[in-house]
Design a protein around this ligand. Structure first.
Ligand code: UDP
Ligand code: MG
Length: 330
């Protein structure tokens, strides 16, 4: 086992919190619970396991209630409705009290026996250890290929070079995660946020099993959502405190273009005696001017919005129905 510190200031604070989002996984939950406990116990570290039921409409909540009522190390948060995997993970971060937060799926696709390996890397001083499904057991065309393209693109754009952002099995130093706010389907960008906060990141190959029970909740559409998220993340990461640079910059560029095409129209009139009103470049000049004013105004609006955004944090993107074995209520 890694040289894990066991002395802690707060003895009630576990070393790791394992967070598992659950959405309609009735056939998977009990075996998932059992393999996790079996993998965690020999590691000899204090732990808590937090299941977040993301508004399941099968018997998952009942099974989870039964498990949590019998085992005090199991914490349970049940959402009122389905808020999505990102919101579930976000709740996991809020309710976790461990020094390390470790995520995994509740559909038996990740292998809890890899947890020890992730913890070893954390003990080496990394803040984020990302699982990499080197031998991923999903469909090639609809899942693996889009994921390779997305990961490559994200690495290029954000500079965070990880092979498998979509792999749920990841470990984070909790102090870092508590600073990250998640929206939409943004959970796969957590390592990017962490990296921008200055985290030391590494990745390790992890096992992956095909889904035996239940259905995957995602399809090809998600690739496009991920691409749009990439735009948002990049924008927020690089310009969240200075949106006027993007919009105002575009506005200035358009303004210079309008001057350029305006002068061209005039020159064509003077030297070639070409009619100004019949010259399509005049239309372009007007369009550039209007657009440049609009862009600068959008930039100012964005500056106002960004101030509201930064000053009004603290509202969770989910609603909790009940909790079990959790002392602190939000
Ligand atoms: N999940 C969730 N809310 C949702 C969709 C999925 O909590 O709205 C959970 C799901 O139960 C699983 C994990 O997120 O534990 C990953 O989902 P899935 O297995 O469908 O994704 P895949 O492994 O196919 O990428
Ligand atoms: Mg899965």
């Amino acid at each position: 086992m890694p040289a894990v510190k066991t002395k802690r200031k707060n003895p009630r604070r576990p070393y790791i919190s394992v967070v598992l989002p659950v959405y309609n996984e009735e056939d998977n939950i009990r075996p998932q619970y059992e393999v996790i406990i079996k993998a965690l116990d020999p590691l000899n570290v204090s732990y808590e396991v937090i299941f977040i039921d993301d508004g399941s409409i099968d018997s998952s909540p009942d099974i989870l209630r039964d498990i949590a009522n019998k085992d005090r190390n199991i914490k349970l948060v049940i959402f009122r409705r389905n808020f999505g995997q990102t919101a579930a993970m976000s709740a996991g971060i809020d309710y976790a009290s461990g020094e390390i937060i470790l995520f995994m799926d509740s559909d038996l696709q990740n292998d809890p026996n890899d947890i020890g390996m992730l913890l070893k890397k954390m003990a080496e001083g990394y803040d984020v250890v990302s699982g990499w499904r080197k031998k991923r057991m999903d469909k090639l065309l609809s899942r693996k290929l889009p994921s390779w393209v997305a990961n490559w693109l994200i690495a290029k754009v954000t500079g965070v070079k990880l092979h498998d952002l979509g792999c749920s099995l990841k470990a984070y130093r909790s102090s870092l995660l508590k600073q990250v706010n998640l929206y939409g389907e943004m959970h796969r960008f957590i390592p990017v946020h962490a990296s921008w906060l200055g985290a030391k990141i590494t990745e390790v190959p992890v096992g992956h099993h095909p889904r035996k029970f239940g259905k995957s909740k995602v399809g090809i559409i998600r690739t496009f959502k991920v691409l749009l998220d990439l735009v948002t993340v990049t924008f927020l990461g690089k310009y969240s405190t200075k949106p006027i640079y993007v919009f105002g910059g575009t506005g200035f560029l358009l303004f210079f273009l309008s001057i350029f095409s305006g002068i061209t129209v005039l020159l064509m009139k003077i030297t070639l005696n070409q009619s100004m009103t019949r010259n399509p470049l005049l239309l372009l000049t007007v369009m550039f001017i209007v657009l440049s004013v609009l862009f600068i105004q959008i930039g100012i609006l964005a500056e106002i919005l960004i101030r509201i955004y930064h000053e009004s944090q603290g509202k969770p993107p989910y609603s909790v129905l009940e909790t079990i074995n959790i002392r602190r209520m939000r």
